[in-house]
Design a protein around this ligand. Structure first.
Ligand code: NAG
Ligand code: NAG
Ligand code: NAG
Ligand code: NAG
Length: 409
């Protein structure tokens, strides 16, 4: 806690001089103070820094990930705050209570820990899924569960829910730039803080073997949580669709070819604009770009790239309003990134139709289990090679990324 606070303090000091055009962060990355807009129909290139320099080493890629994070914060998600000034965790039975302090604000938050169904807790604790709202994937009997009540952290219903919840209470109220997805990522990190502080001997959970999952709106959340909170070993966003694992550029391209205009609740192809109109997932900053997504120097394949080389299994459904083309194209591009990093099997993409929204198809059970075995239980050396989709998408969305580096993470 102390050291990460120190890092954020140093970062704050480095960032202070307004004249500097480059910010040297504590991790040694020289990041620009701001990012220009671009104009590309295809997905932005992960192998070039925003100033055009090629990404050639593992250290470069880690700095490019920091850049992706900054760009996504500035254009669509809002600012990701540093860790809290203080956090105290206590445990009563299976209820973990967190007292979280930021500046002169303090909030009390609780989370319930459900031990693995088989009742066996290894010495170092058992793995667990942190579930946004609830879990709609089958839970392995050796894996525990912690429900993260993300709506209490940041409400996400109609437009009037913007800026409500304990994240905003801690960070100065409605004026904070974060949308709900980014707020959820910060709050989920506090659950890990609590698990770390109490330790496996008290919680029964191994805080280094955590997965995060959620479905639909909570699937968008799970993706952003996994991208911004690097302590999650496995991320399983389920049916997150438009605004989640779909790329904005592909969504809008599909919608431009379709006859019907999107009307909330009426079906029709989703667009960046309709997703913004729908809810408070994103920062207010995104409103300026939702009608011209081609100028943004990022897209949602970067959220997946931020998770690399950690485990990522993306589950989607063949339902129009989830944008099967958008999710397939975006996640194939992301899988190409994992592939160039030499860790293709660490990311899987499975789009299965023929079932209701958020109903887990049993045909995916073996693939999910292989990711749980690999990243949470550690019982196998690699996960299944998963790339399943009935949808064909042109590789022109990502084929312009020539000169991929030869990096091994
Ligand atoms: C940062 O860049 C964005 C878009 O590229 C621009 O709209 C904004 O004015 C810039 N901010 C500053 C402080 O220069
Ligand atoms: C622990 O929880 C039990 C049951 O809810 C409650 O009766 C008890 O007062 C709690 N103990 C503490 C120290 O909060
Ligand atoms: C909390 O801190 C803020 C900023 O430092 C200050 O403006 C505000 O007055 C403080 N509120 C209280 C209740 O002390
Ligand atoms: C579901 O899939 C698993 C793993 O492939 C298999 O063992 C099981 O028999 C299947 N269950 C049903 C009900 O089809």
């Amino acid at each position: 806690m102390f050291s990460s606070h120190l890092v954020s303090l140093l970062y704050g000091l480095y960032a202070l001089p307004a004249l500097a055009t480059v910010t040297t962060r504590a991790d040694g990355c020289n990041l620009p103070a701001n990012y220009s807009t671009i104009d590309t129909r295809s997905l932005p290139n992960p192998w070039r820094f925003s100033d055009g320099r090629p990404v050639t080493t593992a250290a470069d890629f880690s700095c490019r990930q920091a850049e992706m994070s900054q760009i996504l914060q500035r254009f669509e998600l809002g600012d990701f705050p540093p860790p809290p000034d203080a956090l105290t965790a206590t445990l009563n039975g299976t209820t973990m209570k967190l007292s979280i302090q930021v500046g002169n604000h303090t909030k009390l938050v609780t989370a319930t820990i459900t031990p693995p169904a088989n009742g066996e807790i290894p010495t170092g604790g058992s793995p667990a899924f942190v579930a946004l709202g609830g879990l709609s994937i089958p839970l392995h009997p050796s894996v525990g569960k912690i429900i993260f009540a993300n709506d209490a952290c940041a409400e996400q219903s109609g437009q009037s829910s913007r800026g409500k919840g304990w994240f905003f209470d801690l960070h100065g109220g409605r004026s904070h730039s974060a949308g709900a997805l980014l707020a959820w990522a910060w709050c989920a990190g506090r659950i890990i803080d609590g698990l770390e502080q109490l330790g496996a001997s008290q919680t029964g959970i191994d805080h280094q073997k955590l997965g995060v999952s959620g479905c639909s709106r909570n699937g968008k959340g799970a993706l952003v949580v996994g991208a911004f909170e690097r302590r999650f070993a496995l991320t399983v966003p389920q049916e997150s669709g438009a605004g989640g694992t779909a790329c904005w550029r592909i969504l809008d391209d599909e919608a431009s070819k379709a006859p019907r205009r999107f009307e909330p609740g009426m079906g029709g192809p989703p667009t960046a604009e309709s997703v913004v109109a729908d809810s408070v997932w994103f920062s207010r900053r995104w409103e300026a770009y939702a009608r011209k997504v081609g100028v943004v120097p990022a897209d949602h394949h970067f959220l997946a790239a931020m998770i690399a080389p950690r485990g990522l299994l993306v589950l989607e459904n063949n339902i129009d309003w989830l944008s099967p083309v958008g999710t397939t194209g975006c996640m194939k591009a992301a899988r190409a990134i994992y592939g160039e990093l030499g860790v293709k099997m660490n990311m899987g993409f499975s789009l299965m139709g023929g079932h209701g929204h958020c109903q887990f198809p049993n045909a995916t059970a073996a693939d999910l289990e292989s990711f749980v075995d690999r990243f949470l239980l550690g019982t196998v050396g690699r996960a299944n090679d998963v790339e399943v989709s009935p949808v064909a998408v042109s590789s022109s969305w990502w084929s312009s990324w020539s000169a991929a580096p030869n990096i091994t993470l």
